[in-house]
Design a protein around this ligand. Structure first.
Ligand code: GBH
Length: 537
């Protein structure tokens, strides 16, 4: 039986119910709409010490620091459109989305939210919603259409983002700029294998980063990579994302799922390290900003809390998702659990690379959406395993459900997980300054509703309320150092391989009527929430 929203598939071994076992498999299956049993309305607390989080902002007051950044996030390819305007070169997502069968609804980001041409409208929207910050990404191929350090620079592309930042600042909105949100210039993929090239890729990324640091000195918050896990695993293991490499020859002529993702991850780490070094040496002293990487990770709970192997697998899951990148950045080496399972398929850092990567975060960028129960697997892990030899589940042994279904097969709200993962990260990495650079949800069936129902997105309002309160407790009661929160997303947008069917926006975008924007209830719910939580003096 298969649980899937679109082209992707999760196998649910749900016999006997209510145990749902999710294994992330590359195999496309026929029964697309079968689902795990629905979760009960209220889920039980899954750790003995966990407290129930209230849904009302009044639960806790004034617990976030006074200069707390909050707002919304987006990414270039998901919103901009205008793919051949002002000299932009193609990215791997233009190429990938043109291949039949790769995107659920056959769409591409060619128009998306038309945000490239609607910067004024988007800024007005941010202002209306009360946001003090906005996270967006730059399309590398607008800056250097062919991508490389010896290729021509496109001044029009630079001018666009310079003006955008000026306009944001003018509106009192602080920019958080992501340099790489998956849209690699296609020419670099074709020229030398893109992320897989250990010599060229980090140097070309550094060059691109330098151009942006120089062009936008007013930006004080730089994010090098968004979720390198996704570029590596989805791009080079499962092949669900561009450039679509996988060992599954029915889906791709190229790829080695057992090796390429670990090399791609390594090269992104070194590229990140190079960009940070460039910033710290050449720009930070005069500009005074900060730079870090954004990593994605879900909370984990043991399927059987009394089984030490499940408890251990919970940490291993986070290590394979987050510590893959965070351990090298904070400690200078990969996690032991990964080395043990992957052996020499995981590259080894040279001394020069360690010097670049270790200590390279001014802050930790955290993308967080969901939680899973984790069950250890016995026996040898598959060669293409990237989870740490374990299963991800929505139900635990006792039959508790992690959270209600959404439109995204991988996402079930469980706000306590946010608090727990914030604590986990803070403990492991010595209490770093954290920006939550993404958090949000889709709604099951949202795209099928009429507009007047879509804007009444109470499920999303509750999600934000629960998650933001969980974060505020992590700050005020547990001492986790969170300085900002950017909700995903300002707009419904191009949800990658899901196309436009899955909506994550607080604003409805009418794709068939001139991309008109309609703020949903959730859009307006964040300002009062943060007003009640941020200290006034
Ligand atoms: C974020 O990733 C992205 O940064 C953003 O662009 C996107 O729009 C948003 O989420 C909503 O999806 O395919 O089975 O391997 C979220 C983290 C991690 C969620 C990988 C999907 C894929 C599971 N993503 N996960 S699988």
């Amino acid at each position: 039986m298969c649980l899937s929203t679109t082209s992707r598939c999760l196998r649910i071994n749900s016999s006997p119910a209510p145990l749902a076992s999710v294994s992330l498999t590359a195999k496309k299956q026929a029964s697309k709409h079968a689902r795990a049993p629905p979760c009960p309305r209220s889920t039980r607390s899954i750790r003995p010490f966990s407290r129930n989080l209230g849904h009302r902002s009044a639960d806790i007051t004034m617990s976030l620091p006074k200069d707390f950044h909050w707002g919304f996030a987006t990414a270039a390819y998901q919103i901009e459109g205008s793919v051949d305007v002002d000299g932009r070169g193609p990215s791997i997502w233009d190429t990938f989305s043109a291949i039949p069968g790769k995107i659920a609804d056959g769409s591409s980001g060619a128009v998306a939210c038309d945000s490239y041409k609607r910067t004024a409208e988007d800024i007005a929207l941010l202002k209306e919603l009360g946001a003090n910050s906005y996270r967006f990404s730059i399309a590398w191929s607008r800056i250097i259409p062919l991508g490389g350090r010896n290729d021509p620079v496109n001044q029009k592309g630079i001018d666009h983002y310079v003006k955008f930042v000026d306009d944001l600042l003018e509106a009192g909105i602080t920019p958080f700029i992501t340099l790489f949100h998956w849209d690699l210039p296609d020419a670099l993929d074709k020229r030398y294998g893109g992320l897989l090239n250990r010599e060229e890729f980090p140097l070309d990324f550094e060059n691109y980063a330098r151009i942006m640091f120089k062009a936008i000195p007013k930006c004080q918050h730089w994010i090098t990579f968004n979720e390198p896990f996704c570029s590596a695993i989805l791009g080079y293991n499962s092949g669900y994302f561009a450039p679509g490499h996988t060992s599954d020859r029915s889906r791709s002529a190229v790829g080695d799922s057992a090796r390429e993702p670990w090399l791609a991850g390594h090269n992104m780490l070194v590229a990140h390290g190079r960009a940070v070094k460039a910033y710290r040496e050449g720009f930070k002293p005069t500009q005074g900003g900060e730079i870090g990487i954004t990593l994605n990770g879900d909370a984990t709970y043991p399927w059987d809390p009394s089984d030490p192997a499940d408890v251990e697998a919970c940490d291993r899951k986070i290590e394979f998702a987050i510590s893959w990148f965070a351990d090298p950045i904070y400690f200078g080496h990969y996690p032991e659990s990964m080395r043990k399972q992957l052996g020499d398929r995981l590259p080894t850092f040279t001394d020069e690379e360690v010097a670049l990567v270790k200590g390279s975060n001014d802050f930790y960028g955290m993308n967080h959406y969901t939680a899973n129960y984790v069950k250890h697997k016995t026996g040898e892990p598959a060669e293409d395993d990237f989870l740490g030899n374990l299963e991800l589940l929505f139900y635990n042994k006792a039959g508790d459900c992690i959270g209600p279904e959404t439109q995204s097969f991988w996402l079930r709200p469980h706000a306590q997980g946010f608090r727990d993962l914030l604590n986990w990260l803070s403990k492991r990495y010595g209490g770093p300054k954290i920006y939550v650079t993404e958090n949000g949800t889709s709604l099951k069936g949202e795209n099928d509703l009429p507009l007047e129902k879509i804007v009444e997105d109470d499920f999303r309002v509750k999600y934000f309320n629960d998650y933001v309160n969980a974060m505020a407790k992590a700050v005020s009661e547990d001492g986790v150092d969170v300085r900002g929160y950017l909700a995903w997303s300002l707009l419904d947008n191009y949800e990658w391989a899901e196309g436009f069917e899955t909506r994550f926006g607080v604003t409805f975008v009418d794709y068939v009527n001139n991309q008109k924007r309609y703020p949903k209830k959730s859009a307006k719910s964040l300002k009062p929430l943060f007003d009640s939580l941020i200290k006034k003096d």
